[in-house]
Design a protein around this ligand. Sequence first.
Ligand code: COA
Ligand code: AMP
Length: 636
Amino acid sequence: MKYQDLYSKSINEPGEFWRNQADNLAWYEKPSTILGKDEYEYPQWFKDGKLNVSYLCIDKHIEDGFGEQNAIIYDSPVTNTKQFITFNQLHQEVARLAGGLHNLGLEKGDTCVIYMPMIPQALYAMLACARLGVIHSVVFGGFAPHELAIRIDDCKPKAIITASNGIEIERIIPYKPFVDEAIVEAMHKPEHVVVYDRSLGVDIPNKPYDVNYTELVSKSEPIAPVAVESNHPLYILYTSGTTGKPKGIIRDSGGYATALKFSMKHVYGVEEGDVYWAASDVGWVVGHSYIVYGPLLNRNTTVLFEGKPIKTPDASTFWRVISEHQVKVMFTAPTAIRAIKKEDPEGHHIKRYDLSCLKYQFLAGERCDVATLSWTEQHLNVPVIDHWWQTESGWPMLANMAGVELMDVKPGSASFPVCGYDIQVLSEEGKEVASDVEGYVAVKLPMPPGCLLNLWGNPERFKSGYLNKFPGYYFSGDGGYKDEDGYVFITGRVDDIINVAGHRLSTAEMEEVVASHPSVAECAVFGVHCDLKGQKPLGLVVLKSGTKISEETITKGIIKDVRREIGAVASLKDVLVVNRLPKTRSGKILRKLLRNISDDLKYNIPSTIDDVNIISEIETVYKKHQIGIHKSEISI
Ligand code: COA
Ligand code: AMP
């Protein structure tokens, strides 16, 4: 069936369409109600169905006779390790760990934080929780103890599963000590911390709550999967919002499994048994959906890569992994390609490998610039597919659905709505805008299965953040437009969220840290263009009068504070001192104007600005620090 037919069916007959997809899963109890609604008219999928996602990812394939197929290929250039883990072995690891967690008292409905590097035990931990109906919340390793503490206090885990350490190229990241620090800071105290010791010579001080992962697994009996309701949360994944407090996206079980299975075949075009690689991290949604659950549900072999596109050891790593493990479909962020392109602009490394196994290269996580797209197409010589989605959706919303019909690519566009997503571009008044007119990108309800169920402990924020702006729609937070052929172009966030190297970060959160520096009177943090990472944060600070400390000491101190409080991933490296910030007459800081000046964009100076002379002051500071080069036309 061609894309347009399949898509129309998904929009016109969603119940029938998704019932058929749900039939591809081995439910314990098949759902009779396909599409229900909650009190806000928000969809609830397969409400009376029962299943277990860990069972579907592992046991089912063994029952079908594929126990000896590789489930995971762990490739770690940072430790020089390669490990091939079959479904039978995965079953042993997961079922025993689940047995151990059960012995520690974890049961269906409890929460468990997972703070781990890219090692197989991270996947075992996720799947063991899913086996018990324990709701996991994976926290990305680049976040500092303070951020971990915020998440611990929000989801109140009974246990934390962690590892002694991670490795960033050559740097040892002390995961377990970070967990200890976070527990000191958090109000909520988990009962157990299960620690996987990587034996990398890191000193791990013993705490009364510590449980040795390896001993726990060796002492425990395997445990059977627990049947859960379709709406039972599989996980909570925190993502940045427009305030300092991250939002806990809740993902259901049945809708998510149905959507992921559908996407593996219809979006990514892989069949059972194929090798699939998403070069991301289990701490992000891409890792949840396309390192762990999607490929394993579809009986694909998933590649778990503990390394970077460059420096581990060089810009050839991606091509080595594709060729060596016969990867059919690969998924990464444009920033990773830009990093490779910078080191190897002529693509010499690519020519050293036989990449004939590769059928499609997918890109997402940030806007894909045309230069990156063309370079990748030219050097890989396969379709390069930009697709758009977010933590909230859990799976692609816009894509060239390679498994259905490969459409022509329009550079700069993530192509068309994926089946189930009625994507519209709306005006401020909530009316659909004409072709080529930019507006707010929204999805007409009902959202298809797999999208967020709610926000953990905060249904009000869920409603106000996503559903209230345009009644009857889910608002994505992105701006964009549709051209006359129906291709959708995402132009970027319309809020204060920024995207740094494919990582979604909140400038409000950084501003909170900057503002708390004793010498800072006021500040603004916003995203500016970066050739490598797409965007990077820039902080402008006004110092308290009478401050005697040097500007350099203050700005260095602020950069350190942000790294300590939020983590290395925040990547705040530029903080500039200014005499004042541009504001409206009512005192609102004009962040968009500050960003547009630095990014060399055409801008209007708002008529509400309190003093127009401030613009030239800001430009002088930018020029002095070589932030952007101002050539824009200015109009008032
Ligand atoms: N644990 C601890 N620290 C981490 C970390 C982790 N898991 N991941 C990143 N960091 C640290 C980095 O070491 C870096 O520290 P530094 O400032 O001391 O150098 C900092 O966080 C910023 O990381 P990042 O923004 O990733 O920059 P980078 O210079 O290390 O690497 C790229 C740049 C482009 C190579 C890298 O960002 C990349 O591979 N991106 C792919 C994007 C991706 O996977 N996105 C997920 C969605 S698809
Ligand atoms: P995250 O929730 O971390 O996955 O980040 C989601 C955000 O990243 C989206 O709201 C977009 O702003 C941006 N994004 C992701 N993929 C794309 C893409 N293909 N094109 C443009 N922006 C993207």
